[in-house]
Design a protein around this ligand. Structure first.
Ligand SMILES: [Zn+2]
Length: 242
């Protein structure tokens, strides 16, 4: 038996169209409940909802009528989206509040990434992939972070008259640091990209929690004793998006 020729259109599909001179990809949704064509723009991009059997001409007319609005609104979302750092030859990498230039060497000499002055040099095999590049750069950040964080924690533990706790790196999305009930400290790997003064503030903050497991005035007095500029540093850290 031949299949029915008239198929139901898919409930959702990805489409491309030209609007105000730009190629736009959008999600088209069809619903039997809709009577009109609606456009929505958010962090996922443009979504168009339309009645199940609405014609392509109608859809096209609505899109063309709203073209300028769509392109403007999409640009607004694009500007607000944090841009991931793309790793490539010459890329600028944050490190302790400064920028290092990424230098990639492909060859038979493979070695861990090394800093040379204001450059970070990565040595990949001839057929090195982007994944290997990312792995090498991340490993370099982790090595620097662990070494520096341990040193800062030891320093402030002496200043604050505490035993140096165990420290671990975290990749938390929202916290620069935390202190566990068992008395160890986690510091966010991303801190290694910030100036040392901000790393020190987070270290002092977490060490102070070993004495005061709260944010009481006693806690802030402990922070203040080890880090007199803490108010200014706390404000500065708040202005940095994690
Ligand atoms: Zn705290």
């Amino acid at each position: 038996m031949p299949k029915a020729l008239r198929t139901t259109p898919p409930a959702a599909e990805q489409r491309d169209t030209d609007l105000a001179g730009q190629r736009i990809t959008y999600t088209l949704k069809r619903s039997s409940k809709r009577r009109s064509i609606g456009l929505r723009i958010d962090d996922k991009g443009l979504t168009v909802s339309m009645p199940l059997r609405a014609s392509e001409q109608w859809l096209d007319k609505v899109l063309q009528d709203k073209a300028a609005w769509v392109v403007n609104k999409l640009q607004g979302w694009e500007d607000r989206r944090p841009q991931p750092v793309l790793l490539h030859e010459g890329a600028q990498l944050d490190y302790l509040g400064e920028l290092l230039t990424l230098r990639i060497t492909y060859g038979r000499f493979v070695a861990p990434a090394q800093r040379r002055g204001n450059e970070l040099c990565v040595f990949l095999p001839l057929i090195g992939t982007d994944k290997q590049l990312e792995r090498d750069v991340t490993q370099w950040y982790k090595d620097q972070a662990l070494r520096l964080f341990k040193q800062r924690v030891s320093h402030y533990a002496v200043v604050m008259n505490l035993l140096p706790p165990e420290i671990r790196l975290s990749t938390a999305k929202t916290q620069w640091g935390c202190c566990t009930a068992r008395g160890s400290i986690r510091l966010n790997l991303q801190l290694i990209k910030l100036p040392t003064r901000l790393i020190d503030y987070v270290v002092v903050h977490e060490l102070a929690h070993l004495q005061e497991m709260n944010h009481s005035s006693r806690f802030w007095a402990v922070v203040h004793a080890a880090c007199p500029d803490y108010l200014q540093l706390r404000a500065e850290l708040k202005s940095v998006a994690l």
